[in-house]
Design a protein around this ligand. Structure first.
Ligand SMILES: [Zn+2]
Length: 459
């Protein structure tokens, strides 16, 4: 312990680069309104610059909203290096920009003050909530498909609102839905979910034989479109359960939907910091809070694309399943070992349809099937509104990332159809995806999932 502090002391003294505090440790409990924060789009043009950008991430604790990745040889001709969005605080901004200039790395300032973007979106959300409330008070309201059940699926919702909507759905459709819980979070919130299927209440053995489609949402707190998709999916499956296409799906499968795995983080994005990503657990020996719950699964834990530094956003935690949320998810999933037909982990943003592995560039045995299913999904998505997705293994499409849920369920729970999705958009709005895009995003994602299932069934 003493030795630990001694080393910390040495590191602090040796780090003479500047007196700027690059660690956001003291901010981890703060109310942040992001006043003066700038959003930069960094535009690398070669792999050497990407290496440097990666180094900056570690050296200066930068929060990259999408990860820089080295372009593979076969892509080398298209010169299509993805730009990286990063939000930098007022203390960092001059220093970081001078570092980029020194390295001849081009960048744009997308927002001079991110506070305004967040305020604008909050305004929209609150206005839409007010309008919806007023409309639902009116007796003659002509509700369209997406405003059923007095819940506005076309808006973002708080933890409490999601929770009561799941309650509502389970009560309204007792023969088809059951509220479930995978346990309690670090801050003792219920990590709730819903099970949806036709046969579960029929008192025959066939319901337990039904294969499961598992949808995991909100493992990263700030990706609000993810819980929005899960709650929409629950509502959509139940309210349209009589249509023939859905009946056949619900006859064949049980859906288990967890709208917000990282509930503490999600609440924190509403109360303190809109852009919080991790869990909210206290880390022994550090002021920094939380671990990345999608680097915390026991699957090549804390290898590539993760960090042992609790102050980074990709901190893998003290050990595999150190976070109570991932541990309970795994325990819950183990009960269904061998019964899960497909697993979908829903993230944002980047418009990517991915499958294992994240921790290795090695091809999985099921590569061809998952690739075909992904291709079908991406085509189906494009056919709806023209939204373009890329697809492939996580390691190929974005970067090596170890300790992710989809690798774990694929390797350890024999879920051979395991996918990680990054929904809209590609960076225009990023995590602040406007509310008018929620329903189209949900519809196209669901279209993609159905297309993937179709291929998986016949392959
Ligand atoms: Zn994510």
């Amino acid at each position: 312990m003493l030795l630990h502090f001694f080393f910390l002391f040495i590191i602090t003294v040796v780090n003479t680069e500047s007196s700027i505090d690059f660690h956001r440790n003291n901010d981890d409990d703060a109310h942040l309104d992001y006043d003066g924060y700038q959003l930069l789009r960094i535009k690398p043009i070669n792999n050497k610059q990407i290496e440097l950008i990666k180094q900056f991430q570690y050296d200066y604790q930068l929060d990259y909203w999408n990860q820089p990745f080295i372009q593979q040889k076969h892509d080398a001709d298209n010169n299509n290096f993805q730009s990286i969005l990063t939000l930098i605080n007022p203390q960092q901004k001059q220093f970081i920009k001078s570092k980029l200039n020194q390295s001849n790395i081009d960048y744009d300032i997308i927002s001079e003050n991110y506070k305004k973007i967040i305020e604008q979106q909050n305004l929209e959300i609150n206005l839409a909530k007010k309008l919806f409330y007023q409309r639902s008070l009116s007796a003659n309201v002509n509700v369209n498909d997406y405003y059923y059940d007095q819940f506005d699926y076309g808006n973002y919702h708080t933890y409490d609102e999601l929770y009561s909507q799941i309650d509502y759905l389970a009560n309204k459709y007792p023969k088809m839905a059951e509220k479930i819980s995978i346990g309690y979070s670090y801050e003792r919130r219920n990590i709730f979910g819903i099970k949806i299927g036709n046969l579960m209440m029929n008192n025959n053995s066939s319901s337990s034989d039904q294969k499961i489609i598992f949808v995991e949402c909100g493992i990263h707190a700030r990706e609000w479109i993810s819980p929005a998709f899960c709650i929409w999916l629950a509502g959509h499956l139940l309210s349209s359960s009589t249509t023939s296409q859905l009946t056949s799906l619900i006859d064949h499968y049980q859906f288990i939907i967890i709208p917000s795995v990282n509930v503490d983080g999600y609440v924190f994005t509403h109360t303190h910091q809109r852009l919080w990503r991790k869990t909210r657990s206290r880390q022994y020996g550090s002021f920094c809070i939380g671990a990345d719950p999608n680097r915390n699964w026991d699957s090549s834990w804390c290898q590539k694309g993760s960090s042992y530094d609790p102050c980074t956003d990709i901190y893998c935690g003290k050990r595999p399943f150190s976070e109570i949320e991932t541990r309970q998810m795994a325990t819950f999933l183990q009960k269904y070992n061998g019964k899960i037909f497909a697993y979908f982990a829903i993230h944002s943003y980047s418009q990517l349809w991915m499958f294992p592995y994240g921790y290795s560039s090695k091809r999985i045995n099921d590569y061809n099937r998952l690739r075909s299913a992904s291709q079908a999904a991406v085509n189906a998505i494009r056919s709806l509104y023209g939204t373009q997705y890329k697809y492939g293994s996580i390691a190929d499409v974005i970067y090596l990332a170890s300790g992710a849920s989809v690798d774990y369920v694929y390797d350890k729970l024999q879920v051979k159809n395991s996918f990680a999705l990054e929904l809209r958009d590609t960076g225009t709005y990023g995590f602040q995806l406007p509310i008018w895009q929620i329903i189209p995003t949900c519809l196209e994602t669901w279209t993609g999932i159905k297309a993937a299932i179709k291929i998986l069934e016949i392959y």
